[in-house]
Every structure is written in C-alpha cells, then in structure tokens.
Design a protein around this ligand. Structure first.
Ligand SMILES: Nc1ncnc2c1ncn2[C@@H]1O[C@H](COP(=O)(O)OP(=O)(O)O)[C@@H](O)[C@H]1O
Ligand SMILES: [Mg+2]
Ligand SMILES: [Zn+2]
Length: 269
C-alpha cells in the first residue's frame, strides 16, 4: 500500500484522517458553488446537481429539485408574457354583463381542458380579448406548458423582412413548435389614408397560413385574438378562417362592432 509516500507524510495523513474524517469527493463537490442565476438554492448551491457516493465508492450526481423551478422561470421569460400576465388575470376580469360571464367561463374551461383545442376571440376592441387570452396563457404556463406570445404587428414585420432567407425558418420555428402559441391582434395593420384599416397584404396572409396550417396539422394549442370577427377572417382568407373555425369549436367568440361593449369606454360594467 502507498509505497511511494514518505513515512512522515503518511503519518501526518493518518493522524489527520483519524481526528477528522476525510471528506468524500461528493461532499467536496456539494460544497462548491455553481453559477446558475435566478433562484438562490441552498440545497445545490446553484449548481443544479446533488452529488452522492454509491456503496461501491462511485461519485454520482442527480438533478436538484430547484431545476423544475428554474425551467418554469425560463419558460416564463421565453414566453414574452411576464409583465402582462401580472395585470391580465381571471380574478380581476369583471362579469357585469352576461356576455362577459360566458366569455370568461369559456376561457376558464379552455384552461381546464387544456389540450388540442384553439381559443378564438375576435371583433370589437376593448371587450377584454387580450385580457382573457393573456389569463389563459398565464394559466397554461402555470401548468408547465411552453407558451409563446406573438404580437402580430411586431413579429410579422420582422418575419416578412426575411421571408426569402434562411433566417425566416429559424425565427418562425419557435412560434410553430411552442406547446401553446398565443397570437395577439392577428392581421392588425396600420391605418391607411382616411383612417381606414389597410387589409392584410399577401405577405401577411402567407405568413399566417404557414404558421396556422403548421399548428393545425400538428394539433398544437393556439390562442388567437384579432379585431376581425370569424366571418371577417373567413372573408380575408378562407383557408385560414376555416382552420381556425374548425379547431376553436366551443371556444369561438366573435363580437360584432358594438361600442357599448368597450370596457375602455365604460362598457360592460
Ligand atoms: N371584464 C373586464 N374586467 C376588467 N377589465 C377589463 C374587462 N374587459 C376589459 N378590461 C380592461 O379593458 C382594457 C381593454 O381590454 P383588452 O383586453 O385590451 O381589449 P381587446 O383586446 O378586446 O381590445 C384592458 O385594460 C382590460 O384589462
Ligand atoms: Mg387586444
Ligand atoms: Zn438546487
């Protein structure tokens, strides 16, 4: 045993190890600090791993329980909904009118069923479409789903600018493949001369079809808000509108123009 160690060092080592047991590799590894940020974990000291020793002397590691929490935090950051989720919740959506009650109860049922269905909220501005769609997205995030938020006007401008480049697929993929996609204000465009809304361009329609058809085929949960009613969406593009209509059965809400329902103008309360 240990033939090359000078006797005085061996002696020192032995006396040290009898007075204080030598720490195992696992113990030393567990004491080291890691560099994970976001949550300060007293268990793994921000390494995300817990080390232990097997009976036959191997050092092994397993993930720390804080990794679930860290993944949830990362999903929330990636969703793009972190700040609006705090404002738009189910519990602060008021049901002064019956249509609001139906709208909210359906949104809550959608979360409970949380599967392959789509949720469509279209039409009159200010009726709480963004409010309830955001509350749905927040609740699904809470169930551990990877939810992605797409603000149509911003994201479509960025995507249309690189439509013939490899960049296009790379940027579009996260929206195509998210567990849940929430598109806010689909086909919202700027106002043209005379203050009228400009119709979506062929570029908008192609992009929307690419995305919606992908999610239609893969049966991926999709939440849509738009100022178009489902009829107007069908008129804009039947291939898109009919897919949305088919998937959102039971959760298809269209509000025809009716300023009295605009919450911003005191409606519904
Ligand atoms: N029933 C409601 N209870 C509480 N706040 C509401 C309700 N409906 C709408 N709001 C609020 O009114 C504003 C406009 O609603 P929003 O969801 O943005 O409308 P939309 O997307 O339909 O245009 C938001 O601040 C929203 O929180
Ligand atoms: Mg809105
Ligand atoms: Zn930990």
């Amino acid at each position: 045993m240990l033939p090359h160690i000078p006797p005085e060092i061996l002696e020192a080592y032995r006396s040290a190890s009898t007075s204080r047991p030598r720490r195992s590799d696992a113990e030393r590894l567990n004491e080291a600090r890691g560099s994970l940020t976001g949550y300060d974990c007293p268990v793994c000291r921000n390494k995300g791993l817990i080390y232990s020793e097997t009976e036959d002397g191997y050092t092994v590691s397993r993930p720390c329980e804080c990794m679930d929490l860290r993944r949830a935090q990362a999903r929330l950051r990636a969703s793009g909904l972190q700040s609006s989720m705090e404002v738009y919740r189910f519990d602060n959506f008021r049901m002064g009118a019956q249509w609001q009650e139906r709208f909210k109860l359906a949104a809550e049922r959608f979360v409970r069923e949380g599967g392959e269905a789509w949720f469509f909220a279209g039409g009159q501005p200010g009726v709480g479409k963004t409010h309830l769609c955001t509350a749905i997205a927040g609740a699904l995030l809470g169930q551990g789903k990877a939810v992605r938020y797409m603000l149509w006007r911003e994201a479509s401008a960025q995507l249309k600018a690189c439509v013939n480049e490899p960049e296009y697929e790379r940027l579009l993929r996260p929206y195509k493949e998210a567990d849940v996609l929430y598109i806010d204000d689909l086909f919202k465009t700027g106002r043209g001369e005379g203050g009228r809304r400009k119709p979506p361009t062929p570029g908008d329609v192609n992009l929307a079809f690419d995305l919606i058809n992908y999610r239609y085929i893969s049966r991926a949960a999709t939440i849509l808000s738009t100022e178009l009613t489902i009829e107007e969406l069908l008129e804009t593009d039947e291939a898109i509108g009919s897919r949305v209509y088919q998937r959102s059965r039971g959760f298809c809400f269209s509000f025809p123009a009716d300023r009295a329902k605009n919450y911003r103008l005191g409606g519904g309360a």
